[in-house]
Design a binder for this molecule. Structure first.
Ligand code: PAF
Length: 288
């Protein structure tokens, strides 16, 4: 496996290949990332992963400075998973000047849910992903694949729409969320949890499962009953000491509220949630 830090070295390393399969990450890798790398293997003739903690997608009050940076351990795990090239640029390589051109995803998709609670987040994500795609795919001549985890459900939808609307010749694949044995979705931020918080953390996905069950039992009445179900789910978590941002049922395709017709097609729906436990903000979702 080759580790490169500059765009020029990345392009040189990629020149002999035609079909990169790319897994962008911010490092501190867990099985969710490694599973994407393993899934990438049969999709191209070279597997590339990037490790870059992208300042643009963090608000000033968020954890950019404390985000775990574990390059050496990440490289060992990537190599074992079959990665061929790791691109780990310094900030001044990817942003030599303040990034003035930015990708603004549509508000109907990007200003709701995560975008509502983390304003500007999807601008930062789309901008860096667009830039990484230019770095990784510029020399490619064959099929190009990029893999994202469904744990960041809204993110993979935003990226899919960006690729579609800019006619980028890239197939975006969403990998299933990997979970700990108790069901907690794997996340780099789980490392922030204290022992007590770690055993409580599963309650977010349990609350989402309950919400999904209740939503399904509403049938056509879901649009009228959903606000009540959602606020009950939020109160239940809050009574355990969480600070929920949202627990909601949405359409998988566009994250809009379900209509009565969607409600009778459970495979159109996804339940999503975000809540803070102590200082750690966790997100999770299930396709119903
Ligand atoms: O999901 C992540 O780790 C990041 O948002 C991504 C896609 C690598 C962009 O910085």
């Amino acid at each position: 496996m080759q580790l490169v830090h500059t765009i020029e070295d990345l392009r040189t390393a990629l020149r002999p290949f035609n079909s990169p399969a790319f897994v962008p990450t911010m490092g501190n890798l867990h099985d969710g990332h490694l599973n994407l790398v393993r899934s990438a293997k049969p999709l191209g003739d070279v597997v590339v992963s990037s490790i870059f903690v992208n300042r643009l997608q963090f608000a000033p009050n968020e954890d950019f400075d404390s985000y775990p940076r574990t390059l050496q351990a990440d490289c060992e795990r990537l190599e074992q998973a079959g990665c061929d090239i790791v691109f780990a640029p310094l900030e001044k390589e990817l942003y030599p000047l303040p990034q003035q051109f930015k990708v603004h995803p549509p508000g109907e998709l990007a200003d709701i849910l995560e975008g509502h609670f983390r304003p500007g987040f999807f601008i930062g994500v789309s901008t860096v992903v667009m830039k990484l795609f230019h770095c990784v795919f510029s020399e490619a001549k064959g099929p190009r694949h990029a893999l994202f985890g469904k744990k960041d459900y809204q993110q993979q939808l935003v990226i899919k729409r960006m690729v579609q609307q800019f006619a980028m010749p890239i197939t975006v694949i969403a990998g299933e969320t990997q979970r700990a044995p108790d069901g907690l979705a794997l996340s780099s931020r789980n490392g922030y949890l204290s022992e007590r918080e770690r055993s409580e953390a599963i309650q977010l996905s349990l609350a989402l499962r309950t919400l999904a069950r209740e939503a399904l039992s509403c049938g056509h009445a879901l649009p009228e009953q959903l606000p009540g179900l959602e606020s009950r789910a939020m109160h239940a978590l809050a009574s355990r000491g969480w600070q929920p941002d949202y627990l909601t049922v949405r359409r998988r395709a566009d994250l809009l509220l379900p209509t009565a017709a969607d409600a009778t097609q459970p495979n159109h729906l996804v339940v999503l949630g975000a809540a803070r436990l102590g200082n750690t903000r966790l997100i999770d979702n299930f396709e119903i």
